[in-house]
Design a protein around this ligand. Structure first.
Ligand SMILES: CC(C)(COP(=O)(O)OP(=O)(O)OC[C@H]1O[C@@H](n2cnc3c(N)ncnc32)[C@H](O)[C@@H]1OP(=O)(O)O)[C@@H](O)C(=O)NCCC(=O)NCCS
Length: 194
């Protein structure tokens, strides 16, 4: 038994809908992940075409099937467009812990979307998904990401020096944690999923 997510799972926030990724989302996700400024601190090279997008999608499906991860897209309801994505991954069932990750298209930065999506993802993780601890690992130079994590209530728990050699650059990792006991749900509990 892993992280089992019903295929129709959607989470609504004030402006956004989070739903599990589907193949039809790939062109919009390519626009987002094809931008070098957006992927600057992400642990992968910018996607260069639909083959990269498809490879990523196949990995996401495999991780869903294995119960290891849940990959969501973030849709701006006003336009119906995919503006970003977020995920729970490295799911560890005995410890009821997972890691979170997120990316937003550059033209949508700074509008509070990821804080809104992040709160909903954390509500889901500590509510229906039954998790107890969330983790995040970021490049400490990524101030937008560290600020976002702080706003979500994550605590910086450590710094691993020169952990990555990524895209020709060695970088440190800031490790963050959030416990269910520290989390104030941002709204009424979501219904448990079957
Ligand atoms: C990190 C990222 C998802 C933030 O998304 P966002 O929707 O722009 O963030 P929000 O608007 O919800 O802001 C959340 C907080 O971070 C702050 N913030 C956002 N961008 C910032 C920046 N460039 N510098 C400093 N603070 C920033 C906001 O001011 C807000 O804090 P506040 O409420 O105290 O003012 C977005 O910058 C992104 O996609 N970056 C590229 C991908 C990436 O690096 N992902 C993380 C990998 S670990």
């Amino acid at each position: 038994m892993g992280l089992t997510l019903p295929s129709g799972l959607t989470i609504e926030t004030g402006r956004l809908t989070l739903r599990l990724v589907s193949e039809a989302d790939l062109p919009e996700l390519l626009e987002i992940n094809g931008d070098d400024e957006t992927t600057r601190y992400l642990p992968y090279a910018s996607w260069r075409g639909m083959a990269d997008a498809q490879e990523w999608f196949d990995r996401a499906l495999n991780r869903h099937a294995a119960g290891e991860a849940g990959q969501f897209v973030i849709v701006l309801r006003e336009t119906g467009r995919v503006v970003g994505s977020c995920l729970l991954f490295h799911f560890d069932e005995p410890s009821r812990r997972a890691e979170i990750g997120y990316v937003l298209g550059r033209q949508h930065w700074g509008a509070g979307y990821m804080l809104e999506a992040g709160k909903a993802l954390v509500d889901f993780a500590f509510g229906p998904a039954g998790l107890r601890r969330l983790e995040a690992e970021i490049d400490p130079r990524n101030t937008a990401s560290s600020r976002l994590l702080e706003r979500l209530g994550f605590v910086k728990e450590g710094l691993l020096r020169e952990r990555w050699d990524n895209k020709g650059e060695v970088s440190d990792s800031g490790l963050y944690g959030l416990l269910r006991g520290d989390w104030q749900p941002s709204r009424a509990p979501l219904a448990p999923h079957s």
